[in-house]
Design a protein around this ligand. Structure first.
Ligand code: HPA
Length: 276
């Protein structure tokens, strides 16, 4: 087993700080993580308390400008939620355990549902920038895991089947195109090569990105039910003959913001209802 580098009391101290900051209100039991270009949705929270990551004991620093690094707790679409604007990536020099640190903190705060969003490159033939992909599963090549406590965690239901069904039904009601696919975790920070993308397609990947998977594994270990959504910001390397750029990824994130935020606002109450 991988040696735990983060002591258990770090999780406890971070959770205690958040709990005390929100008191007397109870911490929300649902968390939403806003990926690249989607942070503006936090501005729609009502009655939000804002906690900069830098104030929370042991929270790593975000270094990606598209990730502001503030945790909000408030109401969105009538539901109490934690809302993370930005996350940590292994390409910023963090281990998987550090990248997923906040999931362990959320578990200690009693969070039961985790909605993860990210920006991803589309691999599936026919997909287009602006599409939203519902994660049905993932592929992680190579070693590394955020798990340092439990071993042999079941991953067959890591992307909660009931939540996926709700997402598909909600998108259909909204006439929002949504397709299910497999997300391949590429650690980055460089984009992939065209040959890698061809290989990933052969392996069964529909989209590729540099986040989310550490958190999904940690959430599976904690028993937190997870839903993952990828905003396809670009076609993956080699698919258009054009080079990939971070600006394109961010611009597409901003264009699709309306669709993604409307979708998330419909999903939150539907997921809450399912949990009873
Ligand atoms: N590859 C990896 N990560 C990404 C991409 C991509 O093409 N687009 C957005 N995030």
């Amino acid at each position: 087993m991988q040696q735990a580098a983060i002591p258990a009391f770090f999780y406890e101290e971070a959770a205690a700080y958040i709990r005390e900051t929100l008191a007397p209100a109870a911490p929300p039991d649902t968390a939403l993580v806003l990926g690249s270009g989607l942070s503006a949705l936090a501005g729609e929270l009502e009655g939000a308390a804002a906690i900069p990551y830098a104030h929370i004991p042991h929270f790593p620093r975000t270094t990606n400008a598209a990730h502001p690094g503030v945790l909000y707790a408030g109401r969105l679409a009538g539901q109490a939620v934690f809302c993370f604007t930005g996350r940590w990536h292994c390409y910023e020099g963090y281990t998987m355990e550090q990248a997923a640190f906040y999931v362990g903190v959320l578990a200690r705060l009693g969070v039961k549902s985790l909605l993860l969003t990210n920006a991803a490159g589309g691999i599936r033939p026919g997909c287009r920038p602006g599409d939203i992909m519902l994660l049905a599963d993932h592929i992680k090549l190579g070693p590394g895991s955020p798990l340092t406590g439990p071993r042999f965690v079941d991953m067959t239901r890591a992307y909660d089947p009931a939540y996926r069904q709700i997402a598909l039904e909600t998108a259909a009601e909204m006439q929002l195109p949504l397709w299910e696919g497999v997300y391949l975790y590429a650690p980055g920070p460089q984009y992939e090569t065209p040959a890698e993308i061809r290989a990933f397609r052969t392996l069964g990947a529909d989209a590729v990105g540099m986040s989310t998977v550490p958190e999904v594994i940690a959430a599976a270990g904690e028993g937190i039910r997870t839903l993952g959504l990828s905003l396809i910001t670009n076609l993956a390397a080699g698919m258009t003959g054009q080079p990939l750029s971070d600006d394109e990824v961010l611009a597409e994130g901003q264009k699709a913001f309306g669709n993604m935020s409307a979708f998330l606002k419909r999903l939150l109450p539907a997921i809450r209802q399912e949990r009873g």
